[in-house]
Design a binder for this molecule. Structure first.
Ligand code: SF4
Length: 297
């Protein structure tokens, strides 16, 4: 049977604020949630087979407002939770959402290992280059010189480069989107969901309340689409070159789109016990764990 859904079917979830997002008016998160809902509709995904994991921060609330299964994880721990869910039931579409502080700060180790492990997960990072929920402190992607409550004299260190980092960690799908271009972002979410393997989608997400440098106008002058330049998304050297363009051009040019994509067996493909069917569908009624428990006592 062909499933038919409308965007409105994915609009509201369970009970928070009457189901309506309470992000600041104009927040880039609205562009991201729209792209997620549209992608689900376009791909005709069954809400019962989708799990969205949120982290800590403004972005972490997204799963509360999309009809699907959801899990609110600890700070930095969206990817371990997503990994556990995917390994338990690989029939599910698993999408992890985290902010830049969450995924590129405390959770950065998980990002590296998720990339090389190649579990079939989409990781959407709401990259607003600031800690928004805690009212405006410098984050791992804040630009050098950026002034905030926590760095009133300006950031001293260089920002994390998530594209180069995940490329060098052997992620099989690496992309960057912009929350101000919902149609393009929807396409990227769809490509990330369809990709078999670990997909990083770094999304430039203006925080209109606390980041007054990286605004919609600032991004509008700088972003351009890789696919309009003939970029070969199977060429890893070209992907690295584009990954550093933001820094090399001193923030004058920022590429968005798919930097790199390759096919490689997923982590789940390499585990013989779950190749035929998901772990949750295994019959465990006749399994005796007495011996294992005895060994451990
Ligand atoms: Fe969005 Fe910033 Fe407001 Fe958080 S603080 S909801 S990131 S605009």
């Amino acid at each position: 049977m062909k499933l038919t859904y409308k965007v409105s079917d994915f609009k509201y979830s369970f009970g928070y604020n009457d189901g309506k997002p309470n992000w600041c008016p104009g927040c880039g998160n609205y562009g991201i949630i729209t792209a997620i809902r549209r992608a689900m509709v376009e791909l005709e995904l069954d809400p019962e087979n989708i799990v969205l994991i949120g982290g800590i921060g403004c972005s972490g609330k997204l799963p509360q407002w999309v009809v699907s299964y959801g899990f609110h994880a600890l700070h930095g721990r969206t990817l371990p939770i997503a990994s556990g869910i995917k390994l338990a039931n690989h029939d599910l579409n698993v999408i992890a959402h985290a902010g830049d502080g969450d995924c590129y700060g405390i959770g950065i180790g998980h990002l590296i290992h998720a990339s090389r492990r190649n579990l079939d997960i989409l990781c959407v990072v709401h990259n607003n280059q600031i800690y928004g929920l805690t009212t405006g402190q410098t984050s791992p992607t804040s630009l050098k010189g950026f002034k905030s409550k926590s760095t009133p004299e300006g950031v001293i260190e260089l920002p994390i480069n998530p594209i180069a980092l995940t490329l060098s960690s052997d992620a099989t799908f690496v992309a960057r989107g912009y929350a101000g271009d919902k149609n393009h972002l929807t396409e990227l979410v769809m490509e990330g969901v369809k990709h078999r393997g670990f997909a990083l989608l770094d999304v430039l997400q203006p925080c209109v309340t606390f980041n007054h440098l990286n605004t919609y106008d600032w991004f509008k002058e700088r972003v351009y689409k890789l696919e309009e330049t003939g970029h070969d998304l199977t060429d890893k050297n070209a992907a690295f070159d584009k990954a550093f363009e933001w820094a090399k051009t001193n923030s004058e040019k920022i590429p968005i789109g798919i930097f790199y994509k390759e096919e490689r067996p997923t982590y789940g493909d390499e585990i013989p016990h779950i190749v035929d069917k998901p772990l949750v569908k295994h019959d465990i009624t006749n399994i005796d764990i007495e011996e294992v428990l005895t060994m451990m006592t």
